[in-house]
Design a protein around this ligand. Structure first.
Ligand code: NAD
Length: 455
């Protein structure tokens, strides 16, 4: 079916008001959970095929993530969708004021390849919870997952409300010409600009989930072993292809060596002497990205790893020190298994370093110094923060997820997602009781005086 015909069909269905029904939403959300749980093995296989994702990682960050998200949203949906009372001032009394969340219409969801299941189904959960229809466009760079989603969505979900379109640039470009009611895009900043310009033609609101360089400051007061373990997990999860992975570390001179040693020990503990043979270590999505990451090896001094095998899309967990600050390693988002350690003179210099580089998606700090931590939270603007950990804020369903400035706009996860895909409509309800005539012409000094008094 032509894309505009799909959109017309979904819009007609939206107009029947079926998707506004809370029980329809609950039923569709449960169907998403069933879709992932009943086909868990197929998804684990597809994630293995696309990214060699270790089973535990694939289950934790994709399959169970989606199932838990459904549970959380279903539990709170009735509450979130209720009218939200606000107080009504004297001048409009008697009256009642409330905010009524209403669905927007049909939403286009464009996914990225690195968490190819989570990044289309978690937005879909929020979109359906808010009572919308959706067209999902999974990433063509994770073709096994894309095919599986295209096969299963029509089997489990209401086809009148939800459709899948597979494809790459050409198909997405065509979809983007259509007048959606909201577009949700996950991916890089360059394409985000294309999405936003296309959306501007129809004044369509956008949610952009982007990336960037997420810094980590480590203070000498931090527990180095625990810090190294948490960072090593977050960095080399999905072979470094996580939008909120630590991109680079900022540490004082005396900490560089002990931290490198502690990180190397974690690489060995997690992936053994030969990470290439480890079942706990994934692969890069394709050879083009693998070559892009391998090119960074010349931008600093390698102290661990540094091996690559482009043919099998392998990049070893790598630590680099003294990176050249104007090299691609330190100006581009790495989005791969290389962890540069930058030497910094002081905490103040570290803050300055981060502030000079555009608002990141995440900004992490490891420190026992409570004043330092407070300053980091207060002064560093970022989409999200973890103190003494990385990534794990994403496991808290009530914390909104999203970037700021170049790392994105709009948020989802839990209530934030529900609100993001709703229009929060203001309603004032009044009875037919005679008004005080103060606001009606003819105006007079007395009316003005009264208005000033009751304002
Ligand atoms: P990608 O190549 O899968 O592209 C994303 C989507 O954009 C795909 O569906 C693709 O078909 C579409 N697309 C690509 N080029 C297009 C074009 N010219 N016109 C229209 N559509 C186009 O993913 P990617 O961009 O390589 O993703 C990696 C980036 O995404 C990183 O920067 C990462 O940090 C970011 N990311 C962010 C989040 C988040 O939630 N904030 C999550 C994952 C990834």
């Amino acid at each position: 079916m032509a894309y505009n015909a799909i959109l017309t069909k979904l819009n007609h269905y939206f107009d029947t008001n079926t998707t506004r029904n809370i029980s329809w939403r609950q039923q569709q959300l449960q169907a998403i959970k069933q879709l992932v749980l009943e086909n868990e093995q197929d998804f684990l296989n597809a994630l293995q095929e696309d990214l060699a994702k270790p089973t535990l990682e694939a289950w934790l960050t994709e399959v169970s993530y989606v199932a838990n998200d459904v549970d959380h949203v279903c539990k709170h949906l009735n509450n979130w969708s209720k009218p939200r009372k606000v107080s009504t001032p004297l001048v409009v009394q008697p009256g009642k004021s409330f905010i009524k969340p209403e669905p927007q219409g049909t939403v286009l969801i464009i996914g990225a390849w690195n968490y190819p299941l989570q990044l289309v189904l978690a937005p879909l959960i929020a979109v359906i919870a808010a009572g919308n229809c959706a067209i999902i466009k999974p990433s063509e760079l994770a073709p096994a997952v894309s095919t599986l989603i295209a096969k299963l969505v029509p089997k489990y979900l209401d086809n009148n409300a939800i459709s899948v379109v597979e494809g790459g640039v050409e198909e997405t470009t065509e979809l983007l010409t259509l007048p959606f009611n909201h577009i949700m895009y996950t991916g890089n900043g360059q394409v985000a600009r294309i999405v936003m310009s296309a959306a501007a033609k129809h004044l369509t609101p956008v949610t952009l989930e982007l990336g960037g360089k997420s810094p980590v400051y480590i203070d000498k007061s931090a527990d180095i072993t625990i810090t190294a373990q948490r960072i090593a997990w977050g960095k080399w999860l999905n072979a470094g292809q996580t939008c909120i992975a630590p991109d680079y570390l900022l540490v004082s001179k005396e900490l560089v060596e002990p931290l490198s040693i502690a990180l190397k020990a974690q690489i060995k503990a997690m992936f053994g002497d030969e990470p290439k043979n480890s079942k706990s270590y994934g692969r890069v999505v394709n050879q083009r990205h693998c070559q892009r990451i391998a090119n960074y090896f010349t931008d600093g001094e390698i102290v661990a790893g540094g091996e690559s095998d482009i043919e099998s899309c392998y990049i070893a967990p790598t630590i680099m020190i003294n990176p050249s600050l104007d090299s691609a390693l330190m100006t581009d988002e790495i989005f791969g298994a290389i962890l540069p350690i930058v030497t910094i003179e002081s905490f103040d210099k570290a803050k300055e370093f981060v502030k000079q580089r555009g608002k990141p998606l995440s900004a992490y700090i490891f420190s026992r110094d409570t004043q330092q931590v407070e300053q980091w939270i207060n002064e560093i603007s970022a989409g999200n923060q973890c103190i003494n950990d990385v990534i794990m804020f994403n496991a808290v369903p009530d914390l909104p997820f999203g970037g700021t400035g170049p790392s994105g706009m709009g948020q989802y996860s839990g209530k934030a997602g529900f609100d993001n895909f709703s229009h929060l409509k203001s309603v004032l309800k009044r009875p037919f009781l005679k008004d005080l005539p103060v606001r009606f012409a003819p105006y007079s000094k007395l009316k003005l005086k009264l208005l000033r008094f009751i304002r």
